[in-house]
Design a protein around this ligand. Structure first.
Ligand SMILES: [Zn+2]
Length: 157
């Protein structure tokens, strides 16, 4: 999710991208619980008062928020003998939905990925490969050799 901030005087805009995971970390779990109680309690006020005298709040506030379940990513299978690999050398080459072969500077970052989203942040192209975990690389840094990704290839099937 993107949040855009505007400075009231300079009108400068800054956009912050937060993953669902990061947002959940930032929200006080009591606020989420409060919403849950609101949804669960449909009790009617008694008599002519506006006061709802039910035990819902006490009951539901005993609940605890479960850990967010991580959705396991579907593993991308590619037979490299049957595809063409095109090295990414400039911005604009990758389109949303493209399959990518990424070679990391660290071998633990080697992976096949899908370009889930492409953002322009501060004039730089960011290729989002995992929206939930906020994993991405910046094409300009890749080309300059300063990204965590050493080489990215488009997989052409
Ligand atoms: Zn109630």
């Amino acid at each position: 999710m993107d949040f855009t901030f505007t400075h009231p005087e300079s009108r400068e805009q800054k956009t912050l991208h937060l993953s669902e995971e990061q947002l959940v970390e930032m929200i006080d779990s009591d606020l989420i619980l409060e919403k849950m109680v609101e949804e669960q309690c449909n009790c009617e006020p008694i008599g002519e008062t506006n006061v709802v005298e039910c035990g819902c709040e006490e009951y539901y506030y005993e609940f605890e928020l479960d850990e967010q379940k991580e959705q396991p990513k579907k593993k991308i299978e590619i037979n490299e003998y049957e595809v063409d690999l095109v090295v990414v050398t400039k911005e604009g080459q990758i389109k949303v939905g493209d399959k990518l072969k990424i070679i990391g500077k660290n071998t633990r970052d080697d992976q096949y990925a899908i370009a889930e989203d492409i953002l322009m942040i501060g004039g730089n192209e960011e290729i989002i490969i995992d929206t939930d975990k906020n994993r991405y690389f910046i094409t300009k840094l890749l080309i300059k050799g300063t990204s965590w990704a050493k080489q990215v290839c488009l997989v052409r099937e």
